[in-house]
Design a protein around this ligand. Structure first.
Ligand SMILES: [Zn+2]
Ligand SMILES: [Zn+2]
Length: 168
């Protein structure tokens, strides 16, 4: 492409992904995309999908899901940009160094940076019952609720969320 011989390079390969420590990748990340050249203006689009295993941050149930990330960059040769231009526009440029574009670094970093801080089994996971520890997602555990027990209703109003009230 730099020699003007092609105007489009398709991208499809598998990459060994880096994920946060508490998440385990299942197999490789699938990377897809293309580089296009429109009269010297080169554009890179990339997407990566990775299957992962983790634990729900609220109910501690195992989670297995797929995370996908996409990015777009203007492709520029190293010597066409000043150091300042590069520093101020990290998210804008993909830089060709020694005739090579490091896709692993680009998409790998994006994957790691945008991966959710907290993995959830479902977006509105209700978490665990504070009394018996059962996941509330599985239905009512049968524990008495604060608001239905008149003995605790008054206390709960004043000390909502405090465990000390249970020990009297
Ligand atoms: Zn959950
Ligand atoms: Zn319970």
């Amino acid at each position: 492409m730099l020699r003007g011989e092609v105007t489009r390079i398709p991208i499809a390969y598998a990459m060994d992904p880096r994920l946060p420590d508490d998440v385990e990748p299942v197999g490789c990340a699938q990377v897809r995309g293309e580089v296009t050249d429109s009269a010297g203006y080169m554009r890179l689009t990339l997407a990566a999908s990775v299957r992962y295993r983790g634990v729900c941050a609220r109910c501690l149930e195992p989670v297995e899901d797929t995370f996908t990330v996409e990015l777009e960059r203007t492709v520029a040769a190293e010597n066409t940009l000043t150091a300042e231009q590069l520093e101020e526009n990290v998210d804008e440029y993909a830089v060709v160094r020694d005739g090579m574009l490091d896709l692993d670094e680009l998409i790998g970093e994006e994957l790691l940076l945008t991966f959710p801080m907290r993995v959830l089994c479902e977006p509105d996971c209700p978490g665990l019952c504070p009394r018996c520890g059962k996941p509330l997602r599985l239905g009512d555990c049968g524990c008495p609720k604060h608001e239905t027990d008149p003995r605790w209703a008054v206390l709960a109003e004043h000390e909502w969320g405090s465990d000390d009230s249970d020990k009297t």
